[in-house]
Design a protein around this ligand. Sequence first.
Ligand code: TMP
Length: 211
Amino acid sequence: IMANKIPRGAFIVFEGCDRSGKTTQAKKIVEYLNEHNVPSQFVNFPDRTTSTGQVINDYLRKKIELSDQAAHLIFSANRWEREPTLTKLINQGTNIICDRYSFSGVAFSAAKEGMDISWCFAPEKGLPKPDAVLLFSLNEEALSKREGFGDERYEVSDFQKKVAENFNKIKDNTWIDIDADKDIESLGVVVKDIVMDTIQRSQYKPLEKFV
Ligand code: TMP
């Protein structure tokens, strides 16, 4: 007898450099989905509200110093802290739209001297693997037209360039490149199509984990 399985939620990650508009888009699509009775939740990493998140917040605001390795592992722990709730929500049918995830963890840390991609990825193994990754990119000209960076630790354009290179190194052929040089509405149309399609095709597939 076929198990009468309920559809699960999709796990969709928005990645990219700072100022690419991904947070705005993530919040916007969650609002749209909920308005259309498709249960969805916005999640962002780092989640600054948890206990590790407070340390991360102090680190990003340069109130405290940490070794690069320690900082990296705390960002990862911040995801592991949320993992049980995330997995449960997804399996109960809530779509998760996630603003940054393990890929930011790897791309930002590996942009530092002496930190390699495989070392950085190791603590992510076992975390839920997204059903889709949307990579928001801006060319340099478009980026320079946007409002400037804030004064947090990584908001420096040379560093962001290295991060962008790392995203391109770690992406695989399942990632979806999004040219973020568009107005909010046009970008929203692109995002909506991809998200709806991902929700549809993920419903009856088991949620995978990073290996
Ligand atoms: P936010 O601006 O999206 O709140 O992210 C804060 C900064 O933290 C941003 O510069 C990206 C960086 N970051 C990491 O270095 N490692 C991580 O694992 C994550 C999720 C973000």
